[in-house]
Design a protein around this ligand. Structure first.
Ligand code: LIP
Length: 271
């Protein structure tokens, strides 16, 4: 019998994420250092990123051998069997790695389950605080048993916006120009450093809106479902789906004015 219902997949994601977060927390306490860099010298990898992703993929392989996986550190993994996988797990073992390296309490394990190409379940667990956000498609968004509702803000000028910057200096310069032009038109800007948690914070109204260019699927898959299930409109620019070009999550009344400002400011442009 196919046990790929969203609640069943969420139960697995939560169990695996909790164990993974415990490992990441313990490794942080034991001391972490940079073991490698990726796209640029500031795009770092620690031993914990790799160990935690291996722990997650081993657990998912054991619990769901016929599923595929896409992880930040080890990429795509196909199921043991030849049958095409209906379910794919999208995994960021430590989102907010720079925060994790510096000991800033804003990094998370993020696990999303996709069925036939659609994300139907997701969990984001803060490694340091234990805060845990979950969602299933059509089943709402939750934090620690409380159903989440996003901000009802209707005025862009009163909107507290979270955003982020990439690892490429030229892209950062472009993103900084966008922020400089946008900031007079919003309440204020926050840069916290972990897209998965940032999306969950706007889901529960601890800020009003979020946007960022340059995110990979593993940075946003689970957080975007939490945001959408809390009532936010989540999308890209020009009617596109949320993706590497742009992810915007905003209350319905704010999405269009924020979107249009970002278009005017060429926010998905630059390097
Ligand atoms: C991070 C994102 C963050 C972004 C960083 C980086 P990582 O992911 O969560 O929003 O601003 O540039 O992409 O590299 O820590 O998994």
């Amino acid at each position: 019998m196919d046990r790929s219902s969203a609640p069943e997949l969420l139960d697995i994601a939560v169990e695996v994420a909790r164990n993974a977060a415990d490992t990441a927390y313990r490794m942080r306490a034991e001391g972490v250092s940079v073991t490698a860099t990726k796209s640029t010298v500031t795009d770092v990898v620690t031993a914990a990123d790799r160990a935690v992703e291996r722990q997650i993929s081993d657990a998912l392989r054991r619990l769901r051998p016929d599923d595929a996986m896409l992880g930040e550190e080890y990429g795509a993994a196909q199921p043991g069997s030849d049958a095409p996988a209906r379910v794919r797990w999208i995994v960021d073992p430590i989102d907010g790695t720079v925060n994790y390296l510096y000991g800033l309490p804003h990094s998370a394990v993020s696990i999303a389950a996709e069925v036939d190409g659609e994300v139907v379940a997701g969990v984001v667990r803060n490694i340091h605080t234990g805060e845990e956000w979950t969602a299933t498609l059509g089943g709402g968004a939750w934090r620690d048993g409380r159903r989440l509702r996003c901000s009802a803000e209707t005025d862009l000028g009163q909107t507290l916006v979270i955003t982020g910057f990439g690892y490429d200096p030229a892209r950062r310069a472009h993103q900084a120009r966008v922020v400089a032009e946008l900031i007079p038109h919003v309440r204020d800007i926050r840069r916290l450093g972990a897209a998965a948690i940032d999306l969950c914070l706007v889901a529960e109204g601890r800020a009003d809106a979020y946007y960022e260019k340059g995110l990979a699927a593993w940075d946003q898959a689970a957080g975007a479902l939490v945001a959408a299930e809390a009532g936010l409109r989540v999308g890209g620019l020009g009617g596109r789906a949320p993706g590497p070009d742009m992810v915007i999550a905003a209350p319905p009344a704010i999405f269009a004015p924020l979107h249009d400002r970002l278009v005017d400011l060429d926010a998905d442009g630059g390097p």
